[in-house]
Write a protein that binds this ligand. Structure first.
Ligand code: DAH
Length: 342
């Protein structure tokens, strides 16, 4: 009874179970393969009695469909099993791959800190162009025509007549602020400046400054001193002492240089402060009446003070980095040391 044989084969196929891809594939080849059972049963078609041929054909077709469906079903089930096993092996408590966070440049860190300290006492931030004219960089700031700072040695001139140069200091921004605003003016101007210097550990052809300016009625030298004292203590620590030494700048009168007690030895004397106990950090003074008038401010009504400091100099003291070249070499090992800083 060939038909019964096919029927029992159909039952066998329906009940067949397999756990691996190979078992399924072997099963498929055994039933549906080129030399498989189905092929052989078809080949026996001619031996079937004529009245049974129709039913024989039907059960063979059924066998074919059932077998194909079973193979598909088993393959699907196996796939699902595998992917859920993968999901089970996901460890959600595993630490993520650490992303590398960039670090700020030490000059930016110090600039931000200086700006923040002055913003907290009401100063606003202003900026000016790095390519500047003679008026804003020199003339309005009361530099006499023959002043040596105008010399080609210090200044990178871009054009003559009119003189256009890379600014040599951020004091040019105070001129722009006084020209464009009326007092009271409280402004802090960070920026890059350029000087024609040979590059060494102690000098560079570009560096950074922060300029400060306060213009109002009745501003006195005592205000200047107290503002800078507050700044020094906030930046370097509560025990910091300051010292103002008389000096000269064309744009301030009187002028001074400000020292802070040595950040290394706290004033006791060491080789960083050359055993003086103090370190120079900025120039300052009362804005010269000529400068006020040059900028359209009535020097009989208003007075004010200005100060300017080098950011690299402060960074040197804060981070103990004594070679100016390191700030612009883009050495990743150097820069990465500032990663944890804000
Ligand atoms: N511009 C000066 C320099 O580059 C620094 C400076 C000194 C700025 C005294 C000032 C000041 O505003 O009052 O060396």
């Amino acid at each position: 009874m060939k038909i019964d044989k096919v029927k029992s084969l159909i039952e066998e196929v329906k009940a067949f179970a397999a756990g691996t891809e190979k078992e399924i594939e072997d099963f498929r080849i055994r039933i549906l393969g080129n030399k498989g059972e189905l092929k052989q049963l078809f080949a026996q078609f001619k031996e079937v009695a004529p009245e049974e041929k129709k039913e024989y054909g039907q059960v063979l077709n059924e066998l074919k469909h059932v077998a194909e469906a079973r193979v598909d079903e088993l393959k699907q089930a196996l796939k699902q099993q595998q992917s859920s096993a993968e999901a089970d092996s996901l460890d959600l408590s595993r630490p993520v791959n650490q992303q590398k966070v960039g670090s700020r440049h030490p000059i930016s860190l110090i600039r931000n800190r200086i700006v923040e300290i002055f913003q907290n006492i009401g100063y606003e931030v202003s900026v000016g162009p790095e390519i500047e004219d003679d008026w804003h960089n020199f003339t309005a700031l009361n530099f006499p025509p023959e002043h040596p700072a105008r010399d080609m040695q210090d200044t990178f001139f871009i054009d003559k007549d009119p003189d256009i140069a890379l600014r040599t200091h951020t004091s040019s921004v105070q001129v722009r602020m006084m020209e464009s605003q009326s007092p009271p003016i409280r402004t802090i101007s960070p920026g890059r400046v350029y000087r024609n210097e040979a590059i060494s550990a102690r000098a560079h052809c570009f560096f950074h400054q922060v300029e400060g300016l306060y213009i109002d009625k009745n501003v006195s030298f005592a205000d200047l001193r107290q503002t800078l004292f507050y700044f020094a203590r906030t930046l370097f620590g509560e025990d910091t002492e300051i010292r103002l030494r008389p000096s000269y700048f064309p744009f301030t009168e009187p002028s001074a240089e400000m020292d802070v007690s040595c950040t290394i030895c706290s004033g006791k004397g060491c080789n960083v402060c050359k055993y003086t106990g103090f370190l120079e950090i900025m120039g300052c003074g009362m804005v010269d009446p000529n400068v006020l008038e040059n900028c359209g401010i009535d020097s009989k009504v208003y007075s004010g003070f200005a100060f300017g400091m080098g950011i690299e100099r402060i960074a040197q003291l804060k981070y103990n980095v004594n070679d100016l070249r390191l700030y612009s070499e883009n050495d990743a090992q150097f820069l990465e040391q500032f990663r944890s800083s804000l």
